[in-house]
Design a protein around this ligand. Structure first.
Ligand code: MN
Length: 130
């Protein structure tokens, strides 16, 4: 089910990148990583991942801005983007969805349900309901 599926994780924190990579690769996903918006946009010029996991709090260009940019570019607008963030207030969740994110996973991630959530979003069963 995960075979050949590529997931791009955009995250400035090294430890978070390592944890998520380990979980996703263990499940058989191919993981692309970017530690800032510039790296992410470079990667997206030559790769079309099946899903993007988006950190929100990043230096320089934050996840809201980057999400808007990806969603307003025709070659990348169809890629589902899931916010992965420690901003867990209700207003923050709404803000990620308004920026164009297709879903939301709270940090710290729950390693027991993380993969299940990934499959839901890959299968288009994530919802924008709050
Ligand atoms: Mn961050």
């Amino acid at each position: 089910m995960s075979a050949g599926k590529r997931i791009l994780y955009i995250e400035d924190n090294f430890d978070n990148r390592m944890l998520v990579r380990r979980l996703l690769e263990h499940e058989g996903f191919l993981v692309l990583e970017a530690e800032n918006a510039h790296q992410a946009l470079d990667l997206l010029e030559s790769n079309t991942p099946d899903l993007i996991l988006m950190d929100i709090n990043m230096p320089e260009i934050d996840g809201y801005t980057l999400t808007r940019q990806i969603k307003s570019t025709s070659s990348t607008s169809q890629i589902p983007i899931i916010a992965l963030t420690a901003n867990v207030m209700r207003g923050d969740k709404e803000r990620t969805l308004r920026a164009g994110c297709d879903g939301y996973i709270e940090k710290p991630i729950d390693i027991d349900t993380f993969i299940e959530q990934i499959y839901q979003y890959l299968n288009g069963k994530g919802s924008k309901q709050l």
